[in-house]
Design a protein around this ligand. Structure first.
Ligand code: NAD
Length: 254
């Protein structure tokens, strides 16, 4: 497949490099010239085990390239992964500036493209954002209709910084949020070879699943810290205690 990846941070770099390693032709796009320069030299813009070697090898094989020219990358690919940042604001909401801006740019690219193109959002956004805020931007800018003239889906990322290459090839699950459950985006074929269930659901469900995942991991960390404190006070080995606790497979918490 010919894939463009917009945003070469943690999520975009890992996705771009690993998809290239799976045999796809990948063009990474970023507004930061330092990141483009690093990838062009076969180096990784993010610190992660194995990623440097994968980027170097995929650049050599010419399956991976990087550019600041989004229009060029969009025109040469059939599917775009959007991985720009959605940083948290002080009031707890998220900043959609980067996502909105990239959807405006892609709306322009769509207007001059005659073949069908899939836009896959991987950035974390609140439920309802894709359908209420982002698809309208694409439709307004391109003058085309989502689901008819171009495809849109939401594919949350569950990788953990520190083990993200391993996580990419061994995901706990793959969730694809669709406008119509009967849609069959080429994304499905992309994940076919990975050892995880592929779950098709609505876009809103897929957006919320990512938050559920984040919140439950935070809850587990808080729980483990609390138990650790109790164990310390009672002079009990917390690892031994947790090993016993997680043997409950009828109501698993892990
Ligand atoms: N980092 C993680 O562990 C992780 C895990 C799961 C999900 N996520 C989510 O994935 C998304 C991306 O996270 P990240 O950590 O990779 O972000 P990041 O901030 O590290 O990287 C985002 C990149 O997007 C680029 N960018 C911004 N606007 C652009 C544009 N118009 N065109 C091209 N590139 C542009 C930036 O220059 C930057 O390199 C966020 O929504 C985040 O919440 C992150």
């Amino acid at each position: 497949m010919k894939i463009s990846v917009f945003g070469l941070g943690y999520v975009g770099t890992i996705s771009a490099a690993c998809l290239a390693q799976m045999g796809h032709e990948v063009i990474g796009v970023d507004v930061n010239p330092n990141k483009i320069g690093m990838i062009a030299q076969g180096q990784s813009p993010v610190m992660e085990a194995e990623i440097g070697e994968i980027i170097a090898e995929q650049m050599k094989q010419q399956r991976l390239t990087a550019t600041a020219d989004g229009a060029w990358a969009f025109a040469r690919t059939d599917l775009s992964l959007i991985c720009v940042g959605t940083p948290g604001k002080e009031n707890g909401s998220i900043d959609l500036t980067y996502v909105q801006r990239i959807f405006e740019e892609i709306g322009d690219y769509l207007s001059s493209k005659s073949s069908f193109h899939w836009i896959v959002l991987r950035s974390t956004v609140l439920p309802g954002t894709t359908e209420q805020s982002l698809i309208p931007i694409l439709e307004k800018k391109s003058g085309k209709s989502a689901g008819k003239d171009f495809g849109v889906c939401f594919n949350p990322e569950f990788l953990r910084e520190g083990s993200s290459v391993w996580d990419f090839f061994n995901p706990p699950k793959t969730v694809i949020g669709l406008l119509n459950l009967s849609d069959a985006p080429p994304l499905l074929a992309l994940y076919e070879s990975l050892p995880a269930p592929v779950i098709k659901t609505s876009i809103r469900d897929a957006e919320l699943v990512k938050y559920l995942d984040n919140v439950f991991h935070a809850l587990k960390i808080c729980f483990a810290n609390e138990i650790g404190r109790v164990c310390q006070a009672l002079k009990v080995d917390s690892h031994e205690l947790m090993n016993i606790f997680i043997q409950d497979t009828n109501a698993p918490i892990h």
